[in-house]
Design a protein around this ligand. Structure first.
Ligand SMILES: [Zn+2]
Length: 170
């Protein structure tokens, strides 16, 4: 689909309402993908269920990430990191992997039932890879101040091995 068409379609959803686009946030370029992050009330997500705390809207090769302001600002460092890096994972799945989800079948279910869908499994796998590589430092994703840290390559995020038979889930 052409980018112009996507933009036109997006204009029809509340995620692209001027109030959302002018909400506080930041813009950054992550592995060549321009990512615009906005902190909004989840009820303004539009494109996604308001029961979620994050929402990613692809705009061609660019990406709009909506985060629930309350959850993000009040979350623990780990919650913040997993949320933001998960949404960035969706962006990079689109821009680098053409939404092939890195070969995740239902492997993400080890993170929880929601992640059994390949699209969610990959995004969560990316978030875990980010946490392993950069810890809870969000400066590389454009939030706060911290050390530089190279972002994980989305092509190297692979499905986690299923738990061994007889082992207890974490
Ligand atoms: Zn997701």
């Amino acid at each position: 689909m052409s980018r112009a068409l996507i933009l036109c379609l997006l204009a029809l959803v509340p995620s692209c309402a001027p109030r959302v686009l002018s909400a506080p946030g930041w813009q950054t370029t992550l592995r060549g993908t321009r990512v615009s992050v906005r902190l909004v009330d989840a009820r303004e997500f539009g494109y996604c269920s308001d029961r979620l705390v994050g929402c990613t809207v692809p705009v061609g090769r660019d990406c709009l990430v909506l985060l629930d302001r309350q959850y993000f600002l009040n979350g623990t460092p780990r919650q913040k990191t997993l949320l933001l890096a998960h949404e960035v994972g969706h962006c990079l799945d689109g821009s680098h992997l053409a939404y092939s989800h890195g070969g995740f079948g239902d492997a993400g279910k080890i993170y929880g039932p929601y992640y059994a869908a390949p699209v969610e499994g990959f995004a969560e796998g990316y978030a875990r890879a980010y946490l392993d590589a950069c810890g809870t430092n969000l400066a590389p994703l454009g939030w706060g101040v911290g050390e530089k840290c190279p972002l994980p390559d989305p092509r190297q995020v692979r499905p986690p091995a299923p738990p061994l038979p007889g082992s207890l889930p974490e």
